[in-house]
Ligand binder design. Structure first.
Ligand code: ARG
Length: 567
């Protein structure tokens, strides 16, 4: 970062810590006044001199220090600084080429647990879960890049009354063979049938409730069926995660906390927080302007909220979380506010470090994904279609490409992921598959394509050979467009920090679009290869190109997107 590097560099001359300088440095209104300036008026008291005298003294000291990086001049009580652009240009290029460019130690010593994806067993992996998976995975990568220790948890929805319904539906109409073949479709069929039949035969609801009660009591046959559902659905989920390139440190679903719930209930009891309400047990939250949090149902069965209380305690006490992020749709905001409020009432001040990271709804070409009526768009179908479209474009654009299948996968999946991550997460978006897969416009394939084109340029210009002979020289990057591109490149690290501070991966997606566009402007402003440029000049320009390429690749990687070298 130009500004912070300047602040660090200036610090000893002004005897002021860099952080303080950073807040004092200003960008002057006119170019002639330099690239940055330091107003000296606030120093008058401490330095016992007039502002102009302070500025002159500093300028003299800096110019005499023999540095070539910055030249200083005093004017009207300001210390104006002029960067020796050539020096800073090569500096930016060299830093950006490092494999870990953009990383920092911001979060070192801090452990973040991220709850992400968390689909429900026996139900399709919906768009909400896709969003949670992609946003959560990007956040995990971004936090890691900032030096945090990250633990990711897939909080599978593998417990709850719906399993009672499923068990009784399976006992009535199910077959092991059908379930093994297509676990989620078959579960869904049973689930839908259960609801249809229950409308005619209300006693079914009672049967479902009883089956869940058997489960909670640990009935072996019910448990065996439940295990079977969980295992089969998980296989299908794993296939999706593999395609998306996402992994988890823990696959601990809601059932994992079954034996930890009694302690929570006892603790709530001991603290006199539990109240009876029409047979159910609740914690009142009126004083916080919220409806009560239901802890146990009338029949004593556990619900989602109490499982989340046990989960939070486990993450704090066993996993050692300093911060817990819950990447879950905005429709669950009240649930999380209630859970955090109950934790706070239990005396856990760390509940302030529990954060719901909500996101908006997404529809696919106008279609909602819902499970109730069994009318669903399956994520795998969406992925397949995106891959197929990517394949069509590649067949047209580059019929000779080797490894078309693998590249189409990377582009199709990348299109979906980028299309999801390029918006403020809270916005609801309608996803248009055709737009998302296009190689032009604000898309993942556009960024991937920019990367592949730079790789081709570097091969054509034999950059690997040239770089050994010539170091990057800023004087060869003299165009206005080169400077704009360099300044964009320079923003990568602060963008990552900001994305982490706001839990907004879209900042990185936008940055990648900006970077690809600003490189294209540089590229179009004057030819790099051919013409009458000498080798050293070509090497410098390709040096910038390679820095942009590696930053695009690194940025896509942080978002969970592959960057094929040819496409
Ligand atoms: N399985 C839930 C759902 O699909 C999401 C779980 C989110 N995580 C949590 N700790 N509550 O709605």
């Amino acid at each position: 970062m130009l500004m912070s590097r300047a602040a660090e560099w200036l610090s000893p001359h002004v005897s002021m810590p860099p952080e303080e300088l950073l807040s004092r440095l200003e960008v002057p209104p006119r170019k002639e006044m330099g690239d940055l300036s330091l107003p000296c008026f606030p120093l008058v008291k401490a330095w016992r001199q007039a502002p102009q005298a302070i500025a002159e003294g500093l300028a003299e000291r800096i110019n005499a220090s023999g540095t070539e990086e910055i030249r200083a001049a005093a004017a009207g009580g300001y210390l104006n600084l002029f960067f020796a652009a050539d020096h800073w240009k090569s500096d930016i290029v060299n830093r950006a080429r490092a494999a870990d460019y953009g990383s920092s130690g911001l979060g070192s010593g801090q452990r973040v647990v991220i709850d992400l994806s968390s689909p429900n067993i026996a139900k399709p992996f919906g768009v909400g879960h896709l969003r949670s998976t992609m946003i959560g995975n990007a956040l995990a990568n971004l936090y890691r890049a900032c030096g945090y220790e990250v633990v990711t948890v897939n909080h599978l929805g593998d417990w709850g009354t719906q399993f009672g319904k499923l068990i009784s539906a399976y006992r009535r109409w199910g077959s092991g063979e059908a379930l093994r073949k297509e676990p989620i479709r078959e579960s869904l069929r049973l689930y839908v049938k259960f609801h249809e039949e229950a409308e005619r035969e209300p006693a079914l609801e009672e049967e479902g409730r009883e089956a869940f009660a058997q489960l909670e009591r640990g009935d072996p046959e019910a448990l065996r069926l439940w295990r079977f559902f969980v295992d089969e659905s998980s296989k299908e989920f794993r296939r999706v995660y593999e395609r998306l390139g996402v992994g988890f440190d823990h696959w601990t679903g809601e059932s994992f906390y079954n034996d930890k719930i009694a302690d929570v209930v006892n603790e709530l009891e001991k603290l006199s927080l539990l109240e009876e309400d029409d047979g159910a047990r609740i914690v009142r939250l009126e004083e916080r302007g919220m409806p009560p949090c239901l802890i146990l149902k009338k029949d004593g069965s556990t619900i989602y909220a109490v499982r989340d209380l046990a989960t939070a305690l486990y993450r704090r006490n066993v996993l050692g979380a300093d911060t817990i992020l819950y990447v879950v749709g905005a429709e669950q905001s009240l649930h999380f506010q209630q859970v955090f409020a109950v934790l706070d009432k239990m005396g856990h001040a760390w509940s302030a470090e529990c954060r719901h990271v909500p996101f908006g709804l997404m529809t696919m070409n106008g279609k909602k994904m819902s499970t109730r009526k069994g009318k669903v768009v399956f994520l795998e179908e969406v992925l397949d279609e995106a891959v197929q479209r990517a394949r069509q474009i590649i067949d047209e654009k580059n019929p000779e490409l080797p490894d078309k299948e693998r590249v189409s996968q990377a582009v199709g999946v990348g299109a979906i992921v980028f299309g999801d991550l390029k918006h403020h997460r809270q916005l609801s978006v309608d996803f248009d598959l055709e737009d998302a897969v296009s190689f032009d416009g604000e898309t993942g394939p556009y960024v991937q394509y920019a990367y592949a084109r730079i790789c081709a340029l570097l091969r054509r210009g034999r950059f690997e050979e040239l770089r050994g002979k010539h170091a990057v020289n800023g004087a060869h990057l003299a165009s206005e467009e080169a400077w704009e591109c360099l300044k964009t490149l320079d923003r990568f690290e602060p963008i990552i920090r900001e994305a982490v501070a706001e839990n907004e991966p879209f900042l990185v997606a936008r940055f990648l679009l900006d970077l690809a566009q600003s490189f294209n402007r540089f590229y179009n402003a004057g030819r790099i290869l051919g013409g009458d440029a000498d080798e050293a000049e070509i090497a410098s320009k390709l040096g910038l190109a390679s820095a942009v390429a590696s930053t695009l690749k690194r940025g896509l990687g942080l978002l969970g997107i592959e960057a094929p070298e040819e496409m």
